[in-house]
Ligand binder design. Sequence first.
Ligand SMILES: [Fe+2]
Ligand SMILES: [Fe+2]
Length: 327
Amino acid sequence: MTNNVTELPGRDDYDLERAQAYFDRLIADDSRVEPADWMPDAYRKTLTRQMAQHAHSEIIGMQPEANWITRAPSLKRKAILTAKVQDEAGHGLYLYSAAETLGTPRDVMTEQLISGKAKYSSIFNYPARYWADMGAIGWLVDGAAICNQVPLCRCSYGPYGRAMVRICKEESFHQRQGWEILYSLSHGTPAQKQMAQDAVDRLYAPALQMFGPPDDQSPNSQQSMDWNIKRFSNDELRQRFVDMIVPQAEALGLTLPDPDLKWNEERGHYDFGELDWDEFFAVIKGHGPANAQRLERRREAHEQGAWVREAAAAYAVKQAERASRVA
Ligand SMILES: [Fe+2]
Ligand SMILES: [Fe+2]
């Protein structure tokens, strides 16, 4: 489904110019672009890639946590973690649906993911080793996701912005549940506090890298900002996140593993140390500790779900036949 006037018969350059002018005005007015509106191919392509990557991240991101559902330390923790992992599946589904309105079918996006062609958030290629990791993932990873996603509620593409509103509400529950797990552990036995600190030590830097490479190594960011897809640069969002979590870490009684972290009176922000970008790019390219395992598991789940897709398709055909008979 594309509504690109360049693909419609009988349109001339005049129509294209008018369509472009209408699109430019929507963006200048900070209005919304909807699926039926004409949009430049590059805008469609950029959004499709970003929304599909976002959907893939939600779906792959279920794995490190789902792995802990059976080992949650109490029935209450198990119920909360199950609800959280189900929320992430829901986020993936909203986002695939929103991305499909740009013309790429979901099975194509799925194929790109399981073939290893599509990217997803680098953080999910790190293993979740201990129960405290569920706390650190909720607090840091969902916390970084909120910083990233709240501005996306105002994204110029309507279906993406609207999907983000509900997703952000659920992400804030995720962050609180993670913070609460860490709070219980950091106020528990010395061994529990140590487990919480260890989880934060391992996940802090990868969480900061969730905002993407530094601005000077992120060449497409400016275009996304000009199109009102992104509202803040990677470095601005990363700074916002650091400023948010420093007081939260103090309240937890845990330290953040960065000797360069200190308040800068002049800037009114926390300064923080350089991140290991070589590691980040290696993980993105598929060389993180859990990349192979994550994709393997996703492929397996996709194969095992084939009968559900076939049954749903057969049911849809049956319903359509019944509806046409009634009509
Ligand atoms: Fe999510
Ligand atoms: Fe989440």
